[in-house]
Design a protein around this ligand. Structure first.
Ligand code: SAM
Length: 342
């Protein structure tokens, strides 16, 4: 079979196609062979406290709205869903359905293994390779899903727009090709626009579902409160930042999402959006501090206390995950929770 390198010696492909290839090529792509935690860590993998706080957020909303279906996008190892279900089991006796939508065959298998012992007659767990849902109100949620979706980049140079595309001559290279795309005239020379076609598709599909049937969408992702027109594409290899072409197939590729795009789409569809707020504010509001103090008061193990303090610090530190990751919630109905009014 023709290797992509041979194809790219005489052609070029969009950044999004290249990223998709590096992350999901069968057997070889980064997410087809790496579990979460090997090259980078995410909040659910740092501590179960993250999932417990999300469970509390939903439990508060569930007091008013009887919704029994939860749907996670891009669940990685399945840890967040596991922590959510374990928390719900303490409080909810009704029947519940949980869906995990995952693209990687490798991670889907891992999720099935990690969640198999939580399945019961009243708690049904479903693993999906297609984004499809039943006609019912659903609570959607995701952590670091949108920032893992492939993007295209366009740069304004000398009043013309160029698209960044990937080619190959001895190594992968990014080249600028004149683009026919039309963007707002207010952009300055040097501005870079990042567009994720898949993000928009997914978001619109989910938000239209919420508009019709109810429920909500809780999103955690890396991104600033207000995104500038700069290059935010980056890769992580063995927990170290690198260029996206440095370790193809062996690095995770991400970018910073633009929450304004999300809330604008929600507004156009007539939905209410809350946030963004920092992960730190979200977790503090839902009692992470009290939970840590409570666990510490019940243990005499120095190691456990030290490890718990480290997890807490990592999740909430303003210069790390606590400040860099933001959270938004989109729904049809108003919610009573004051978390987004902080
Ligand atoms: C950065 S990881 C985050 C994993 C997990 N949510 C966590 O916080 O540990 C991104 C996840 O999204 C999945 N993913 C990326 N693109 C996807 C797509 N188009 N459809 C479904 N899952 C996708 C990846 O395979 C992976 O599970």
């Amino acid at each position: 079979m023709l290797d992509i390198r041979d194809f790219l010696k005489i052609n070029h492909i969009s950044l999004s196609r290249f990223i998709n290839y590096c992350l999901y090529k069968k057997d070889k792509g980064f997410y087809q062979k790496n579990s979460i935690g090997t090259h980078f860590i995410t909040s659910p993998e740092v501590s179960q406290l993250f999932g417990e706080c999300i469970a509390i957020f939903f439990l508060i909303i569930l007091k008013k709205y009887k919704i029994h279906t939860f749907f996670e996008l891009g669940p990685g190892n399945g840890t967040l869903m596991k922590d959510l279900i374990l928390s719900f089991k303490k409080f909810i006796k009704d029947s519940m359905s949980f869906y995990l939508y995952e693209k990687s065959i490798f991670l889907r298998k891992l999720q099935t293994n990690n969640l198999s012992n939580l399945y019961s007659k009243s708690y049904k767990i479903n693993f999906l390779k297609k984004l499809q849902f039943n006609k019912e109100p659903i609570f959607f949620f995701c952590n670091e899903f949108f920032d893992a979706l492939p993007i295209n980049q366009f740069e304004k140079v000398n009043n013309s727009w160029f698209e960044k595309r990937v080619t190959y001559s001895n190594k992968f290279e990014i080249i600028n090709i004149k683009s026919k795309e039309k963007f707002n005239k207010n952009y300055k020379n040097g501005d870079i626009i990042e567009i994720s076609p898949l993000s928009k598709l997914y978001l619109i599909k989910i938000l239209k579902h919420i508009k019709q049937y109810g429920g909500g969408f809780l999103i955690f992702d890396y991104g600033p409160f207000s995104k500038s027109n700069i290059n935010t594409l980056q890769a992580l290899h063995n927990s170290k930042k690198c260029g996206i072409l440095d370790f193809p197939f062996q690095s995770d590729i991400t970018y910073h999402v633009n929450f304004k795009d999300f809330t604008n789409i929600a507004k156009k569809l007539g939905l209410i959006s809350y946030g963004p707020i920092t992960q730190k504010d979200f977790l503090f509001f839902h009692g992470i501090n009290e939970r840590v103090l409570d666990i510490i008061s019940k243990t005499s193990s120095k190691e456990k206390i030290e490890s718990l303090n480290k997890q807490f610090e990592r999740l909430t530190s303003p210069s790390g995950m606590g400040g860099l990751i933001k959270c938004i919630y989109i729904s049809r109905e108003k919610i009573d929770s004051a978390v987004f009014k902080l």
